[in-house]
Design a protein around this ligand. Structure first.
Ligand code: SF4
Ligand code: SF4
Ligand code: SF4
Length: 203
């Protein structure tokens, strides 16, 4: 979906991607509402007048898992679905298969022989749910991770996390906030990532 001033991209999760944890297409409704509520395109057009360039397009990218094929890390605003696993020790036989297979090294045995998840390392890919033959790992916390401020160009930078939201509709107030930051910029030619850097804008 695209108009002159906003570009919205989704990964191919809904085309039966086997890794999908959620359908990013379900977020588009709330993204569209945020754009409408802020009257983004009309207000931005007034500020930019005739100086529309590709770099002035507000880019939004949505993905169905942390593999992030639609590259939300380099867009102004991004969201991707993630889950943290939950391990049930009653079913666990301590085979350690999940520990060996987690590519992030996020699963470990603690001193009392329980499999635990290191949330500093876990990226929420959900792969470990498929590793356990005992079905001792299931879905714990599910969320959409929201990230802002990514860009390429002369000074590239990756988007930073602003929040994990459990409900799809909760993307809307966050997006509205960052659209307003873009619209209120004293220098309309700066990207959202530049504004965040300059003004230390936090959640
Ligand atoms: S981001 Fe995840 S769900 Fe989307 S296409 Fe890539 S692997 Fe599939
Ligand atoms: S793969 Fe399953 S049974 Fe084996 S250690 Fe992990 S949780 Fe336990
Ligand atoms: S969700 Fe992914 S990163 Fe986290 S523990 Fe499971 S396999 Fe490792």
């Amino acid at each position: 979906m695209q108009n002159e001033l906003v570009k919205i991209e989704c990964c191919r999760a809904k085309d039966s991607c086997p890794r999908a944890l959620g359908d990013p297409g379900e977020l588009v409704k709330y993204v569209t509402e945020a754009l409408k509520n802020t009257n983004y395109s009309l207000r931005r057009q007034k500020v930019l007048q005739d100086s529309l360039k590709h770099s002035k397009v507000f880019k939004i990218s949505l993905a169905g898992c942390p593999n992030c094929c639609s590259q939300p890390q380099i867009k102004d605003f991004g969201a991707y679905k993630a889950i943290y696993p939950e391990v049930f020790e009653e079913k666990c036989t301590l085979c350690e298969n999940c520990i060996r297979q987690c590519r992030e090294g996020a699963l470990f045995l603690d001193g009392s022989n329980k499999v635990l998840v290191d949330l500093e390392k876990c990226i929420g890919c959900g792969d470990c749910l498929k590793f356990c033959a005992q079905e001792a790992i299931s879905t714990g916390q599910e969320f959409w991770r929201l990230i802002v401020g990514g860009k390429l160009g002369r000074h590239p930078q990756l988007a930073v996390k602003i929040a994990d939201v459990a409900c799809k509709e909760d993307i809307r107030p966050y997006l509205e906030k960052y659209l307003e930051i873009q619209l209120d910029s004293k220098d309309p030619h700066l990207r959202l990532g530049d504004l965040i850097n300059k003004e230390s804008i936090k959640e």
